[in-house]
Design a protein around this ligand. Structure first.
Ligand code: PLP
Length: 291
């Protein structure tokens, strides 16, 4: 896939297209050496017949971008400017890749240097994602290192903001690989299941979909929200719950969900096979494809 980039100047509310492989970011940018910024990644579907693109959960993403920026005391992102940037990346990506049906767009707001700066670029759906969608994934559970609900008394930890500081999440994924599995599942220090490094967990127990409460110490996922908003159509109830690892082991189905992976079956946790519900996996994937 040919990837495209748009640079965003929040100060002047302007966007400029630029080659992705040209130098763009001064090393003094605070996102580069402090991770001091926020981002979102949206999935884009392109209808093969009409060529009409759909940005999945566009407004859910922008709402979270807005609240992440607020948590970091960054200037309020201008909805019109960021929408224009995403639409430009979408249009240029489709123009550069005729026949493309799916890709992601990542957009970021950095504290910058003298002034904040932003950018948006397209990202391909890599092979590990398509394999995970088709085959599911295995995970090991690991301690997140803090008790559940810590964010309520320690807002400076920015738990629940989607910041550009993902070194811990990346380290967790390397830990999974070192254990011979694809994913990890973070658990609070006091035993409450939280999330994956780049995903939320959803389980089915009978006719009930359950997911951890974002307030417990995790990112409020747009994909989880989209699925829960459609749960009624599937004749399922949907709620937040404090889940233990035993609850995941005993579930009738478990999924890792996020914008780019969509809904992926969690088929093994800590070396033990989990019950699978592939019919519901397909329903989830259909709901996400419809945006
Ligand atoms: N949790 C974390 C830590 C994430 O990084 C992500 C997405 O990248 C998610 C959850 C899922 O969020 P979404 O469904 O909005 O992609």
């Amino acid at each position: 896939m040919t990837e495209v980039l748009v640079l965003i100047d929040p100060g002047t509310a302007t966007i400029t297209s630029a080659p992705l492989d040209s130098p763009q970011l001064p090393v003094t940018d605070l996102s580069a050496h402090r991770g001091d910024g926020v981002f979102e990644t949206v999935l884009v579907h392109v209808d093969p017949t009409t060529k009409e693109p759909t940005v999945v959960s566009r407004e859910r993403h922008f709402a979270r971008f807005h609240s992440s920026a607020s948590a970091l005391d960054l200037p309020e992102p201008d909805r019109r400017l960021w929408r224009q940037a995403v639409d430009t990346v979408v249009a240029e990506t489709i123009a550069a890749n005729p026949g493309i049906t799916e890709f992601g767009v990542r957009y970021s707001l950095s504290r910058g240097g003298a002034a904040p700066r932003g950018w948006a670029f397209s990202v391909p759906i890599d092979e590990s994602l398509t394999t995970a969608r088709a085959e599911g994934v295995r995970a090991v559970s690991i301690d997140r290192g803090y008790p559940a609900y810590l964010g309520r008394s320690a807002p400076w930890l920015l738990i629940g903001a989607k910041t550009l500081s993902y070194a811990v999440n990346q380290a967790a994924i390397r830990h999974a690989k070192a254990q011979g599995v694809e994913e990890v599942l973070f658990v609070s220090h006091d035993g409450v299941v939280l999330e994956g490094p780049t995903s939320n967990i959803v389980i089915r127990r009978g006719d009930h979909l359950l997911t951890p409460d974002p307030a417990a110490g995790l990112l409020a996922g747009t994909t989880q929200r989209l699925l829960f908003d459609h749960a009624g159509r599937l004749e399922l109830r949907a709620d937040f719950a404090d889940l233990s690892l035993d609850d995941v082991h005993a579930a009738d189905g478990a999924w890792l969900v996020s914008s780019m992976r969509t809904a992926v079956t969690l088929r093994e946790l800590d070396g033990r096979e989990l019950s699978r519900d592939e019919a519901l996996t397909r329903e989830f994937q259909r709901i996400i494809a419809a945006g």
